[in-house]
Design a protein around this ligand. Structure first.
Ligand SMILES: Cc1cc2nc3c(=O)[nH]c(=O)nc-3n(C[C@H](O)[C@H](O)[C@H](O)COP(=O)(O)OP(=O)(O)OC[C@H]3O[C@@H](n4cnc5c(N)ncnc54)[C@H](O)[C@@H]3O)c2cc1C
Length: 393
């Protein structure tokens, strides 16, 4: 008779909790409970319907303290970067769409204003955004310029004391429900950022439909048709492409952890399914082929977690570089997709439905692989760091 012992959770095998402070673990556990109570019971229905009740959830996320949580002041929680990463992990274990909502709000829209904005802009927007009363979006990508945002065609021109913005942005998370859009545009002095209230005449944001990934997330086009803004709408601290890139780096850091949340949920689902499912008169979990899959997935999850925690430690001490964030984003999203696909095989036909989270995560991770710098872009960043040679063009 085969020997049986009590099963261990995948990350417990690595004892990674030892590397996390008590305070950060408490934050993580609070977010985990929120996701279990508020997201998990509904997410399959939201995903199927291709929607997410962002207006309803945003104040709850504000109360939870996760909107702009690693920023200081202006109603933000001011937690460690590691705590922010761990929160992203729990949110994305719920759904990548939920983590995207929080990333775009906190790391893209709020961070842009917090880092590059005037005192007036910060006072006007950040407290309401931290509370989830105002929703932000971040408009960088255009229909013809994704990986190469430097080529953007959206223009801001001076007309008297005003700025007039014209152009199109594409694939913008939360675009059609946002109260404020941070929009990047070419000016005579290079790329500059603008804080655009979405009720400004000439601004519209049609929603993009028929997505097969990140269905529980709102994705939109932004149309700027002669949007007239006062001089004070420009972000004074951001000049050139380094402005938007500084924000992307923040969001990418969250993805390093977040993607592992999706992977963890897939792996834990596969383990529990394999224990229950009887095939040829014994549990699927008792077959060597299944255990080899589970062991390999666990290794990649644990290695990704160690990498994420190391990057978290570097960020908390203020020395994390963009190249290092690329290492984490490339590895962890790529491995998370591999884990999701392998987990799906263990679930067989059941794995293709929304009864289980696995295929939903796998589909979501396709977007995560592409946004915030595609995997190829991160390979090129790492290649440049290793060789000193740029191979982007
Ligand atoms: C669901 C979703 C939400 C998004 N949310 C936002 C948002 O809120 N705000 C925002 O501004 N953007 C957002 N994006 C856009 C995202 O950042 C872009 O899709 C991404 O930058 C890639 O651009 P692209 O889709 O135009 O692909 P392209 O740039 O056209 O790339 C196509 C392929 O070419 C590859 N490639 C590019 N350059 C090279 C090279 N030098 N050598 C070899 N291969 C290369 C790419 O890696 C990719 O495989 C979102 C995207 C999605 C899917």
């Amino acid at each position: 008779m085969a020997q049986r012992t009590a099963p261990t959770l995948p990350l417990a095998l690595f004892s990674t909790d030892q590397l996390i402070s008590e305070e950060d673990r408490a934050i993580r556990d609070t977010v985990r409970r929120f996701v279990a109570d508020r997201i998990t019971p509904h997410i399959a229905d939201w995903y199927e319907a291709g929607t997410m009740p962002v207006r309803e959830l945003a104040p709850e996320l504000g109360q939870l303290g996760v909107l702009g949580m690693h920023l200081e002041g202006y109603g933000c929680a001011g937690t460690s970067a590691t705590a922010y990463g761990l929160a992203c992990m729990e949110l994305e274990a719920g759904d990548s769409g939920l983590r995207s909502l929080v990333s775009v709000q906190g790391s893209l829209a709020m961070f842009a204003i917090w880092k590059h904005g005037s005192e007036e802009q910060k006072q006007e927007w950040l407290p309401r955004m931290a509370a989830g009363e105002a929703i932000g979006c971040f408009g960088l990508t255009e229909p013809d310029f994704g990986s190469n945002p430097a080529g953007m065609r959206t223009r801001a021109v001076r007309e008297g004391a005003d700025w007039v913005l014209t152009g199109n942005k594409m694939w913008i998370t939360n675009g059609s429900i946002a109260d404020v859009a941070v929009v990047w545009a070419q000016t005579e002095e290079g790329i500059r950022g603008f804080v655009v209230p979405t009720d400004t005449p000439g601004f519209s944001a049609p929603e993009i439909k028929k997505k097969l990934s990140l269905r529980a997330s709102i994705t939109s086009e932004l149309v700027l048709d002669g949007v007239r803004l006062p001089d004070t709408a420009m972000l004074p601290g951001a000049r050139g492409l380094s402005g938007p890139l500084s924000c992307l780096n923040e969001a990418r850091f969250g993805i390093v952890f977040g993607s592992l949340g999706a992977a963890r949920d897939c792996l834990e689902t596969a383990i529990s399914y394999a224990q229950e499912r009887e095939i040829f008169d014994k549990p699927l979990a008792a077959y060597q082929l299944t255990q080899a899959k589970l062991a390999d997935m666990t290794l990649e999850l644990g290695k990704g977690m160690l990498l994420a925690l190391q990057l978290g430690r570097l960020k908390d001490e203020g020395s994390l570089t963009a190249d290092q964030v690329s290492l984490g984003k490339l590895n962890n999203v790529r491995e998370a997709i591999a884990i999701a696909r392998e987990a799906r095989t263990i679930l067989g036909a059941a794995g293709i439905t929304l009864e289980y989270p696995v295929m939903r995560h796998a589909n979501n991770l396709e977007s995560v692989l592409t946004y915030e710098g595609t995997s190829e872009v991160h390979q090129l960043v790492i290649g440049q760091a290793l060789t000193g040679q740029s191979a982007f063009r």
